[in-house]
Design a protein around this ligand. Structure first.
Ligand code: COS
Length: 382
């Protein structure tokens, strides 16, 4: 494995870092407001951040997965709520359309997605189908030239700001996960309702909704990929999505480490800086090891993805390790801050809340372990 970043990855990192410097001071206010101001969604679009993975011929930047992961880490280090919005849009929606879309679907959606004029959302989970994603009960029934979609979906990141949703429904309930199909459904389609906004613990700037469909007619042309082929689309997209969540965790962990180091050097107790105390140093050392190891696992999975190789095991390893390391890092960073870590004046309180989602969404840590164990037992080599 080459540990040197490519020119493209370094350019992506520097561009993301420059934008991140503007996003960082705004993160606390957006967390309080539980929203990203429209002007910053537009600005992200203008700068290309909504088209990171979309092919150049459709107006995107066509970044490889490694350069993308490096950019995602920088953005999450500054403002994880904003990065969470970009991660879902790029990894789960732009990639869905570019990999599985028909030429018509690509030309209809990708230029707008890449420009950030259309924001994407991914809708798989249901109130009764979380970890067991194959058990979804929303249905799509063929009626003439259309499909009639009915059912409830939840935990839809970007739900309140998206214009295009990848919606997974059962088109053959008797076939369970082998009877799931994916439809591209536009906001405003009659019978499609955007529901309540979730009051989340962290990543609060990112807009998460429940959505529902009642007698919602969508044309056959909105089917993404093959009929009943949706589960594999959902799973293979999540491989890439999990690399994005791993990168998010690395960014949050790095931010927590940065704050912990600065605070430990500045804070004086017992007549000296607390950074001189070995119990503080042990925490800083553990955080630094966690950040570096997580970054390496994320970049390995991203490098595999960039080569077009299947990276199910490596993506799950990266997500599992990075989100665990991030939660440990934010815990220690908060502890180093003492009482000041427990109030909103200092950003570690937000990092603590933001990091928690990583062990839950796009597959819990328990599901990542299950996936890793299955892949290892099947003898899939890295
Ligand atoms: N890429 C491509 N295909 C995949 C795949 C992947 N990463 N993972 C599974 N598949 C395929 C399998 O090869 C299998 O294909 P065949 O029908 O040809 O045999 C099919 O999909 C079914 O796979 P499997 O039998 O492993 O499915 P399970 O129902 O046992 O579920 C888990 C597997 C638990 C891993 C899956 O449900 C999962 O990831 N759950 C978590 C869902 C999640 O992350 N939700 C959050 C959504 S975003 S908030």
């Amino acid at each position: 494995m080459d540990f040197q970043l490519t020119e493209t990855a370094m350019t992506a990192r520097d561009a993301a870092r420059a934008f991140a410097e503007r996003l960082k001071p705004l993160a606390g206010a957006w967390d309080e407001a539980e929203a990203i101001p429209d002007e910053f969604l537009r600005e992200g679009g203008r700068l290309g951040f909504f088209g990171l993975l979309a092919p150049e011929e459709y107006g995107g930047l066509g970044l490889d997965a490694l350069s993308y992961a490096v950019a995602m880490e920088e953005l999450a280090r500054a403002n994880a709520g904003y990065q969470g919005c970009l991660s879902v849009h790029n990894s789960l929606v732009c990639t869905a359309v570019s990999r599985f879309g028909t030429p018509e679907q690509k030309s209809r959606y990708l230029p707008k997605l890449a420009a950030g004029e259309l924001i994407g959302a991914y809708s798989l989970s249901e109130p009764g189908a979380g970890s067991d994603a194959g058990s979804i009960s929303a249905t799509g029934v063929s009626v003439g030239d259309d499909f009639k979609v009915d059912g409830e979906k939840c935990w839809v990141s970007n739900g309140g700001i998206a214009g295009l949703f990848t919606v997974f429904v059962s088109t053959s309930p008797a076939s369970a996960s082998r009877g799931i199909s994916c439809f591209l459904i536009e906001k405003g389609t009659p019978g499609f309702t955007i529901g309540r906004k979730e009051k989340k613990m962290g990543l609060r700037a990112s807009d998460t909704r429940a959505i529902s469909f009642k007698d919602c007619r969508v044309p056959r042309s909105s089917l993404l990929g093959s009929l009943h082929g949706g589960f594999k689309i959902a799973m293979s997209l999540l491989d890439g999505g999990r690399v994005g969540i791993g990168a998010q965790a690395v960014g949050i962990a790095q931010a927590a480490l940065d704050e912990a180091v600065a605070y430990a050097k500045a804070r004086k107790q017992f007549g000296r800086s607390i950074s001189e105390f070995q119990l503080i140093q042990a925490k800083i050392a553990d955080m630094a090891v966690g950040v570096d190891a997580a970054r390496l696992l994320v970049r390995r999975a991203a490098a595999l993805l960039a080569r077009g190789a299947r990276c199910t095991k490596e993506a799950s390893m990266a997500k599992l390790f990075a989100t665990t390391a991030a939660n440990r890092a934010v815990y220690d960073a908060l502890q180093i801050h003492g009482g000041n870590g427990y109030v909103r004046e200092f950003p570690v309180e937000r990092y603590f809340r933001d990091a928690r989602a990583g062990e839950i969404y796009e597959g819990t840590s328990e599901i990542q372990r299950l996936i890793i164990a299955r892949e290892v037992l099947r003898g899939r080599a890295s």
